[in-house]
Design a protein around this ligand. Sequence first.
Ligand code: FPP
Length: 238
Amino acid sequence: MQEQEVKIPSHIAIILDGNGRWAKKRNMPRNYGHTQGSKTVEKICEDAYKIGVKYLTVYAFSTENWKRPKDEVDAIMKLLRSYLQTSKKTAKKNNMRVRILGDKTGLSEDIQKSIDELEEVSRENTGLNLQVAINYGGRDEIIRAVKALSLDIKKNTIAIDNIDEKAMENYMDTKGIPDPDLLIRTSGEKRLSNFLLWQLAYTEFYFTDVLWPDFDKKELMKAIEYYNSRVRRFGAIS
Ligand code: FPP
């Protein structure tokens, strides 16, 4: 049988879930799961880029996640801080462009500064485009976009009649980034959890029971195989 060519999705979005359960299964604190989870993010970035993925978007911290116990929120922020710092070096080494999605103003000032620096130093990189969603909520993003758009209407920089999908995209955090072709959610949950509500309108969804820290290249390829089965059945997905 002739082997069919594998179509690699250009943009993969991931709801990384199951860090806590992964740690619990090992009688370890939840924060240990988050540490392993952040290592998995780094590994998957490399794997995804090597197979030809151009954009990868990961949900690291939602607007809802602030409701978690303070020590867990603090530990996640510490991890993100160190991730943002080390990424300045790894982005250069891997030619990776990093952008942060979400309401940056809700983050502590040092994190905001790190984000600005990382986005700036990686701006010209032409390898993988990594989007990390931090203090992100899909509804919050749409509200912020509507507010910014309303201000432009007030300033007469855009006319109401000219508001269409393309114009709206200019106000989203993902401005200039194509919509995801494939969404992966780990750990058996089948919810969207307020992730990329606007951008996932036509995206294929893949769910797996694998907990995020265990997600690896083999699992990534299974998700891509599933995506291919959908593309083969339905042709261009819409
Ligand atoms: C998912 O598992 C955990 C999160 C969404 C929170 C933090 C994510 C990370 C630390 C990954 C790091 C990302 C980067 C970019 C460094 P969960 O705690 O919801 O797991 P559970 O459902 O088993 O409790």
